[in-house]
Design a binder for this molecule. Structure first.
Ligand SMILES: [Zn+2]
Length: 483
């Protein structure tokens, strides 16, 4: 009786939903057994990747003049009520704490504008206090009533929120572009998750914003997932919270606000979904919790020398800040290979007697499934170079997939066939101001999809007529089915 080899063998492109749930659990990224809808335990394998992602994002924020801050997780109801569209937009999603006698009712933060702004109205006095650029790394809570899915649609998520204050609208708008560039440099450039920066239609902007630029990436099943959004906050907010400064000429003025929210746990969902394959996770080298696993291949005669060599290599990697693990468990080699492949470790090094004699090792590369032989003396440098190439390959195949999912549509029928076929439709449209809302009915009601918006980073010229009202098209919009 042969021992049954456990395999991870669900075809990602045939049943993405099942693949996703299965890989999160098999690779020990999340555990759903906590038993509260929409709340999951993120296990060490997920938490270590998230930690690396946070560090990359936070270091970019520091380098663009943001400072960290830590705010309370509760927000008094009176803060919420100060800006009416915000309270209306968020009210259905707020978790309220039980009211204590003689105290204001408290909300668990769904987002922290109304917490920050309370303090900004105290902290900001003069133009010398501006710009003020602060961020916090925290969890936020939203009472999601629809079906939840770990890391994708949850009631608690782990993000960074920035809340910036400027003297002028043009500085605030420059910040919006800086935020879009940051999403581009980090989410797409480092994590390999391509996206479209989308200026949201008037009917789909952040409650209390003048406008919102979201970023939409595409999952393997063709569904659109919203990633970091940046918002130019309307002056209703500034006025509601009385955020004023005195300018150089001693004149009192209302400030301008922006906020930006990269949700790290949700970006991890995209990273896992986009790069993973039928064998399991494929994690970018730069965020993999373990970047190299070493498998000592002991023989009956090899004694301790293999373990010693493995330990020596481990020490070299650690010195170079490469996360490494030596697998000395008593499992069979085949089981070890399978396990670490499923966990998505970029490189596996097998060391046996022959390798030691020859002074080189063979490196198994997770995404291509190929092996390369490298000299022991160049090991650290070669792995670092292979890591850069590894991430470049993931990025380029993700981009190819993304580009293949966007199709130009010039009729209602072609929009329907694109959306039903798991693609994003690019359409000439009349307007994303409130005047265009009725033209979104076919897409949003009949096709159960949504107008994602128009490019937020550049102007795409429309030609011809709006597909829905036959007025002259003024703008190019994208539509897709979303999570
Ligand atoms: Zn129209």
């Amino acid at each position: 009786m042969g021992k049954k080899k456990s395999t991870f063998n669900i075809k990602k492109n045939e049943n993405f939903g099942e693949w996703y749930s299965e890989i999160l659990s098999k690779a020990e990224v999340t555990d759903l057994r906590y038993g509260v809808k929409g709340f999951v335990v993120i296990q060490p394998w997920g938490a270590r990747a998230i930690d690396k992602m946070y560090r990359i994002y936070e270091s970019a924020l520091r380098s663009t003049g943001h400072d960290p801050v830590i705010f309370p997780a509760v927000i008094p109801e009176k803060n919420f009520k100060r800006e009416s569209s915000h309270v209306k937009g968020f009210a259905p999603e707020v978790f309220w704490l039980e009211k204590k006698q003689g105290e204001d009712r408290l909300a668990l933060r769904p987002t922290s504008e109304t917490a920050f702004y309370e303090m900004y109205s105290i902290w900001i006095r003069s133009y010398r206090d501006l710009p003020m650029k602060l961020y916090q790394r925290c969890n936020v809570f939203r009472n999601e009533t629809k079906a939840t899915r770990p890391l994708i649609r949850a009631r608690e998520f782990h993000w960074i929120e920035t809340h910036n204050v400027f003297a002028t609208k043009s500085e605030a708008e420059a910040q919006i572009q800086e935020d879009i560039s940051m999403t581009n440099e980090i989410m797409k450039g480092i994590f390999g998750v391509p996206f479209l920066p989308m200026k949201r239609p008037e009917w789909d902007k952040f409650p209390g914003a003048e406008y919102t630029v979201g970023s939409d990436s595409i999952m393997p099943d063709g569904r659109v997932i919203q990633q970091p959004s940046t918002h130019l906050i309307s002056q209703h907010f500034t006025k509601a919270f009385n955020i004023k400064y005195v300018d150089e000429k001693e004149k009192e003025k209302f400030a301008w606000l922006t906020c930006y929210g990269p949700c790290i746990s949700r970006i991890l969902a995209s990273v896992i979904s986009i790069h993973g394959d039928n064998k399991g996770l494929v994690l970018p080298y730069i965020i993999a919790p373990v970047q190299v696993v070493i498998i000592p291949m002991h023989s009956e005669t090899s004694g301790e020398k293999i373990s010693k060599a493995a330990e020596k290599i481990r020490a070299q990697f650690l010195l170079a800040n490469i996360d490494v693990k030596v697998d000395e468990t008593d499992k069979r080699a085949g089981e070890k290979f399978f396990h670490w492949e499923m966990k998505g470790i970029p490189f596996r090094i097998d060391i046996g007697e022959r390798e030691l004699e020859n002074g080189n090792v063979s490196v198994y590369i997770r995404d291509t499934g190929k092996k390369v032989v490298i000299k022991l003396e160049n090991l650290v440098e070669d792995i670092q170079n292979l890591g850069v190439e590894f991430d470049a390959r993931l990025k380029s195949s993700a981009q190819k997939f993304f580009d293949s999912k966007i199709v130009d549509c010039d009729s209602k029928a072609s929009v329907k066939s694109a959306l039903d076929g798991g693609r994003v439709a690019r359409i000439s449209f009349c307007s994303i101001d409130s005047a265009g809302e009725k033209c979104s009915t076919y897409i949003e009601k009949d096709l159960m999809a949504r107008i994602m918006g128009s490019r937020g980073d550049l102007l795409e010229k429309a030609t011809g007529k709006c597909l829905f009202c036959s007025k002259k098209a003024k703008i190019v919009v994208y539509a897709g089915k979303s999570y």
